[in-house]
Design a protein around this ligand. Structure first.
Ligand SMILES: [Zn+2]
Ligand SMILES: [Zn+2]
Length: 446
């Protein structure tokens, strides 16, 4: 059993001492120093786990080592109940800390990711996500215990975020609803700091055109050129881009297009990814692309086979009440954030399965800037070698711990502020109503 660090104060009255990692702004919350001290004290226990995950990258659904490391660590924490391999998902886990049973209170939850990318290792920095969520969950539980608060803290180990939809599978298995969570909290490393993740709704599909093989010189008129069908579709999409808005994106690669130069190809294959602002606009955009794919088939006579891959991702809907709480804590520990009005005008970039969680529960997914060992930002961003290197650095880990203070702050605010959970729920319901209205507008326009 690991011993948790002793708290110096819970009242936020302690003054800053020399050598502290981060500035102290006790006006943020009466629990500011307690959260900050706790994470400062526990981070050296989390650092080796962070490094071991980073140095041993595992692909989605195969994160056995990370799962073992994190569940072993959580089992050593006083008061936590850990379930490994939940709901037949072998690399998912749930760790629960119960508040005072005599008092009602919200269930605050954190998601820890830990999967890596093929060839690139931890180029998305999910080791830092695991570390920040573990630190934030433990800090929240400590406050809950010290203050005798009701409610629960739940830490979910959420595998397979990279294209495989781990959280969607957990949503479908009712992992989150069975634990009656009120909110979902996590953060992701990036090249800048923001409480607002603005990500696209996305789907992926594989397609193939089946044509008819024929000698390219002796009897081309007997053939049906599958490659031509694919090129036609590709060109139709290229032209469609002219009339699309910048947030409707399509990425595509041709994966095969014939094998011999003197034979009319009877098979051509491709993979595409579609992104748009939200679920409603993604549907409209997808339908327009389907017309392009069909155009290739109609023009050439080839047969089109489409396979939508399981688990497209929904856009991230950030809960404003929670984002404001994060911003207050994050700036309190010395972080700087852009003006929120300007910040929220950003166009979406990337996609995450936390988006799907955010449609089911009030959620946040702030981005936090990381730096390399020499203090530079890996400006090429996630999914690059530079980002993988930065994700293993101590300064990046310390940025993750700073973000963890912000995440814990949101949870502690929810647990200790009268009416905050009601405000969060009210906003969530308003967002759901707005989503339904947008969808009906799109349907009318079609
Ligand atoms: Zn990624
Ligand atoms: Zn990621």
């Amino acid at each position: 059993m690991l011993r948790l660090p002793v708290f110096t104060t819970l009242l936020g009255l302690a003054q800053a001492t020399a050598g502290e990692l981060h500035p102290r702004n006790v006006s943020v919350s009466p629990y500011f120093n307690a959260v900050s001290d706790f994470i400062d004290n526990i981070q050296d226990q989390i650092w080796p786990i962070n490094q071991e995950i980073h140095e041993n990258p595992e692909l989605g659904w195969e994160e056995e080592r990370a799962h073992q490391l994190l569940t072993d660590f959580m089992q050593d924490q006083e008061g936590w109940r850990v379930t490994k391999g939940v709901y037949n998902i072998s690399t998912a886990f749930v760790a629960v800390f119960d508040g005072d049973a005599n008092q009602a209170g919200p269930v605050v939850s954190f998601n820890a990711e830990y999967d890596a990318l093929p060839q690139l290792g931890h180029a998305c920095g999910h080791n830092l996500i695991a570390s920040s969520s573990v630190a934030a969950a433990l800090a929240t539980a400590k406050i809950m215990q010290e203050k005798g608060l009701g409610g629960k803290v739940v830490l979910f180990g959420t595998p397979a975020e990279e294209s495989l939809g781990g959280k969607i599978r957990m949503l479908e298995a009712n992992v989150f609803t069975d634990h009656k969570i009120d909110v979902s909290i996590m953060a992701h490393p990036s090249t800048s700091d923001t409480p607002y993740a603005i990500t696209s709704s996305t789907d992926r599909l594989d397609l193939e055109y089946i044509g008819k093989e024929a000698h390219a010189s002796a009897s081309p008129y007997e053939g049906i050129n599958a490659q031509d069908a694919l090129i036609l579709a590709y060109n139709a999409i290229s032209m469609l881009r002219q009339q699309s808005v910048s947030t409707d994106q399509i990425h595509g690669i041709i994966t095969s297009g014939g094998s011999r130069v003197n034979v009319i190809p009877n098979l051509a294959t491709a993979s595409f990814q579609i992104r748009s602002n939200d679920e409603a606009s993604l549907e409209v955009w997808t339908n327009r692309l389907m017309d392009c794919f069909e155009a290739g088939a109609i023009a050439t006579g080839a047969t089109l086979n489409l396979t939508m891959r399981p688990y497209g991702y929904a856009n991230m809907v950030t809960n404003e009440v929670m984002a404001k709480s994060y911003a207050k804590w994050f700036t309190g520990v010395g972080g700087t954030l852009p003006d929120p009005v300007v910040d929220k005008l950003r166009e979406p970039a990337g996609s995450t399965d936390q988006g799907d969680v955010s449609h089911a529960f009030p959620a946040i997914h702030p981005f936090f800037e990381i730096v390399t060992a020499n203090g530079t930002v890996p400006v090429t961003g996630p999914h690059t070698t530079a980002f993988e290197v930065a994700s293993g650095s101590r300064p990046a880990f310390e940025r993750a711990m700073r973000a963890a203070k912000g995440l814990a702050g949101v949870a502690v605010d929810i647990l200790t502020t009268d009416g905050m959970m009601d405000d969060i729920r009210e906003e969530f319901e308003t967002q759901n109503l707005a989503k339904r209205l947008v969808k009906s507008l799109y349907i009318q326009r079609r």
